[in-house]
Design a protein around this ligand. Sequence first.
Ligand SMILES: Nc1ncnc2c1ncn2[C@@H]1O[C@H](COP(=O)(O)OP(=O)(O)OP(=O)(O)O)[C@@H](O)[C@H]1O
Length: 975
Amino acid sequence: ASEVAVTKTVSLQSEDRECIFSDMLQRAEPHSGTANELRGMVPENSTVRCNRRCFGLWEKKPDGGMHPVKQGCWTHVGNEQECHSDHCQVTATASLTLNDTDYHFCCCSRDLCNANFTEPPPTAETPPLRREETALIALVTVAIAAVAVVVLFLGYRMMKGKQKHSLSALDVMEAANTNTAVDLDHLKLLELIGRGRYGSVFRGCLNERCVAVKVFSSANRQNYANERSIYCVPLLQQHDNIARFLGADERLASDGRPEFLILMEFYPHGCLSRYLSLHTVDWSTCCRMTHGVTRGLAFLHTELYRGDQYKAAVAHRDVTSRNVLVRADLSCVLADFGLSMRLTGSLPCRPGDDETVAISEVGTVRYMAPEVLGGALNLRDCESALKQVDVYALGLLYWESFRRCSYLFPGEAVPEYQLAFQAELGNHPSFEEMQILVAREKFRPRFPESWKENSLALRSLKETMEDCWDQDAEARLTAQCAEQRLFELSLLSTHTAVHNHRNLSQGLWPPPSGSAPSLIKDLQVGVVKNLQGDGHPAAVVKMTTSGAEGPERNRNSINHERQQAQVQVQSLRLCPCCPPGGALPSVCQPLTEEDLETQKLDPKEVDKNLRGSSDENLMERSQKQFSSSNLLYGHILQTAQVLFRYYQLLYSHILQTAQLGGVGGVETTLPLPKLQNLPQRPTSLHLLHKTNETVSASSRLKLGKLKSNHRQVETGVAKMNTVAVATAAEPRQVTAVTINTSTRVGGGDPAVSRVHSKMAVASSYSAGAPALVTNSLIGRGRTNPAGPQLEDEDKMEAGEDQRINLLNASPDEHEPLLRREQPPAESHLHLLQSRDGNMVSGRGSNSNNNNNRTAWASGEERVRAFDPQTPQNRRGRPCSLDLSASCTSSDDAPLTDDGGLSASGEKIKRRVKTPYTVKKWRPASWVVSTDTALDPDFDFGIPKINQSKSSMAVFLVGGGATATATSDPDGITCF
Ligand SMILES: Nc1ncnc2c1ncn2[C@@H]1O[C@H](COP(=O)(O)OP(=O)(O)OP(=O)(O)O)[C@@H](O)[C@H]1O
């Protein structure tokens, strides 16, 4: 036991420590501490004997010095591992701040180790932060994170942009069928050939090849990038009427700044305005030029899929005659896509945002559409709106072009070239001036004085221009429709179309021959030329039904396929309105041989024309139904079929008339040609004349400014509607039919036969069934809706200053371009998804026909784009100049082979009610009598029926097979 006690004592003694003792707080004696008491230890010289551990507490005085507060034995029972150090080391956790005084605590386990303290090592834990510091740190952290995110995002964007550019470059190579071998180092710039708003154009030489090089300064980089990216739109470069792109590059200019180059094919004639300022053009050239531009634009506007390639619809947004280039063969291409914009399924503009401004306020002021000038662009349907803007400018381009068409100014000087509105506003119209003139006053370029001639070509041409620059954007033609119109115009023989009129006006027709004429000319119906001739002489149906008297009558003709023309009338020379054996009325003149000649077309040539106007490049590749010519051909064929049937009936009627009227030498019964004899490829379309206008220029002005319904009425009825009625018998006589005009019918006394009525009747002598009801027009007046159209050439400033500067300066060069200095609208709009969630092929466009999408696989969209009856077409305005064909809906079955007399009432209704323009439709009535005797209630053969002004009716008089209404006048059936 004593040994154990000794061991314990030794052990206790070994654990004892001598610690410094002080207590500045209580001034206590060292021995007064509880622990010391417990252990019974006695302090020695401010030291105290402790059990193993000492401690010290120091405070930091304001002077910075550390003073002990308390030192002694550390008796805290805690972690046994604590305080085992030989040095009294202050730890972060043992430091605290009280009342702004820092206290340092330490403990240790060596004798006198608490006499002083040691600072914690620098790696020791940092003291806890204050709240403000923490908040600050958090804030800074968040800010840094945000900046990092932004930087990352921008970096991503830049990377994407670079990727895009490099992709574009690849596309460029692909599209231009070039490769990296195109070495711009070998490019030589030879001469400056033009200067635009965004760059200068040089003729250059690259590897022996003549090229055009458009050089953009760095300020116009965006324009350059946009133009390049549009050229790279898949499939675009395959189109014949889009300028050929050869490559793009950037390099350092002599001043050290970057400049950007676009290489293009060199077009020796330069731009269209330049060419037209130097040359006049003939009809076919002019048609070909304008048709080419239109074809290019139509293609640009069309959304296409071919295999895995997708071509977005693109709006050009700067269609001007300076942005059309002329090839050596005088065909034209669309160029300058610096402001162009991809249009896709989604709506690109949102009202109110900056992009919207970029979308709407671009272009050349002179060619800006009224809705752009007036800030009324339909931003809810940008795709359509932007296409309509293009078509407006296209109309102006037509005007500029055809004013230089020598064939439209026979016997007089062709006026100097003028830009649109140049006569009114000079070379540099301001935006405000254009706003007033075009948007507010609805003014449009005037048609030259000599264009008032109501020839077929001129009327169709003017109508097409007007339909392009219509104030109502939605009523404008689509580019596809315009293309079709131009194609049809190009098929017209101007010589006939223009000169016939004049010949007739001047009474140049030869006197009637004694024999029956082989020519029957329907002065109201128009012209149909068929392609497939067989060498037989052509026949022309000529029939006077226009009420307009005198030399200013409309003079159209129907010229059928020669096979048909041969239909047993080769020896017949008969003017249907001539009294038998009587003097030939002045209006009833047979066609001259010259006219006959002009009606004949070389089938090969026309075939070539047809082929040439198709999108054969694409078609051949895809073998899909893209080709417009196919569709056109469909239209043409349809037209020909309808007209041919009309011709058959007319012909029959004429023969019957001749028979009844005692014209000798004519067989009384001639079988109608069958439908299967129809021409396979008609060459031209039926185009209607109007009666000559008698309104004065001033009244035109007023009418034009009012953009009245007047024109709408006329366009509504100015086309032929052909209706085949009943089935049984062969038609014998058909009379027709004018509105607001006087008409000669039959072969009797002109005084009797003249019908002066709002409604004209064709009394039909028939074996029981009326055969044909024809409404051929025709009111008076003008067609130009927008403004005074007669150009007073005297007022036109002539002279050199009117000419555009051929090389370096455009009259518009310094025109303000109403575009903010921001990137021209990011043209890459969402591809497939429309805002309303529809996919490209599905989005409707509130009846707009401007959203043309072509599915290469089916061609269906393309078909719809051409079909005037589809809801996609604006306001029912037909593409074709031929009402009877173009307005026939696709589900209108063609007339049957048995003579075409089986059309149902429904079909009749549909066909008759197919308006030229829906909104502009005005009533017309057709009455067909099935009685051989005129009803006494008829006034000059016309029943007195109150014609509704808001509806149209077709009446079958006396014994018609179909009766659908009970309230009609007796004996008259209203369909
Ligand atoms: N590929 C080309 N071949 C021949 N001449 C060209 C070619 N490209 C342009 N030019 C000529 O250079 C002129 C300037 O063309 P550019 O496209 O730079 O300007 P612009 O179309 O006149 O004006 P903007 O660019 O402002 O619309 C054209 O008017 C044309 O005469």
